[in-house]
Ligand binder design. Structure first.
Ligand SMILES: Nc1nc2c(c(=O)[nH]1)N[C@H]1C(S)=C(S)[C@@H](COP(=O)(O)O)O[C@H]1N2
Ligand SMILES: [Mo]
Length: 247
């Protein structure tokens, strides 16, 4: 079978399942992902809806401490003057802002975050390129931070920005409020190394590596992803990757 024919078949099948009635129902249930546009719309929508309906809040697999493997960093830490200065100052002036649809916007320091009750898990970071490693991650559950900030009932998604403007992403509330979703400041018993996103990164173990944004600076609660970037919910779909990258 020609690859194109096969692809057409899959798309046709997906489109058939996504009837107008099913699409309306899915939209009402919040089951349409922000990148459900263009030729990949049926596939992205089916994948997202199927995950949300079938896997619920199932946790990512956890490992034993003796299963921790050698970490692999996706590129070195930023070398621009601002990041280098933060790094030289041990990130004392680094801030994580929580803004948008919250009643109490906050600006948190790394020390302030590290002083809060921490959660940890030993999970795999899995890159879409085929490599992975197991590490112990420590941080503050995003759910606790959003609760303190007074997340508005109107919010549907949480948007993440970082020190690298080309990288940004978002999660739905099911993923953002999942107990394994951390604002991580520690890795394998030490402070999160710069190569792995220090001082702060999103650690969302139910999603592929690229959703795990490093060098976090701002978290924004919203009910309108269209106003960010090209409106696809993340920089990744702008480059051809799926917004929902559950594993
Ligand atoms: N800010 C930022 N976040 C990022 C990336 C990046 O280059 N910059 N790479 C992503 C990708 S593709 C992966 S697989 C993981 C890699 O995390 P690691 O470098 O700690 O292994 O981080 C993700 N988050
Ligand atoms: Mo990746």
């Amino acid at each position: 079978m020609q690859p194109l024919t096969r692809r057409r078949l899959i798309l046709a099948g997906a489109a058939a399942v996504a009837t107008p009635a099913a699409a309306t129902l899915a939209a009402r249930q919040g089951l349409i992902p922000p990148d459900a546009v263009g030729p990949f719309a049926p596939g992205n929508a089916l994948n997202y809806a199927a995950h949300r309906v079938l896997t619920g809040d199932a946790p990512a697999r956890q490992f034993r401490r003796d299963q921790i493997t050698k970490p692999f960093a996706n590129g070195p830490a930023p070398d621009d003057p601002a990041y280098v200065a933060h790094r030289a100052a041990a990130f004392t002036d680094w801030r994580l802002e929580i803004t948008g649809l919250v009643t109490r916007p906050v600006s948190l320091s790394v020390a302030g975050l590290a002083a809060r009750p921490a959660s940890s898990h030993i999970t795999s970071l899995t890159c879409e390129e085929g490599w992975s490693y197991i590490a112990e991650w420590a941080g503050v559950p995003l759910a606790a931070l959003l609760e303190d900030a007074g997340l508005s009932p109107e919010a549907t998604h949480i948007v993440f920005h970082c020190h690298q403007p080309d990288w940004w992403d978002s999660l739905d509330l099911a993923e953002a409020l999942h107990p394994q979703t951390l604002i991580a400041h520690g890795m394998n018993g030490a402070a999160l190394p710069p190569d792995h996103g220090g001082p702060l990164r999103l650690r969302v173990p139910r999603q592929l590596g690229y959703k795990n944004l490093k060098y976090l600076t701002r978290i924004t609660a919203t009910n309108n992803l269209k106003q960010f970037g090209q409106g696809l919910g993340s920089a990744s779909p702008e480059a051809g990757y799926a917004w929902h990258a559950a594993i």
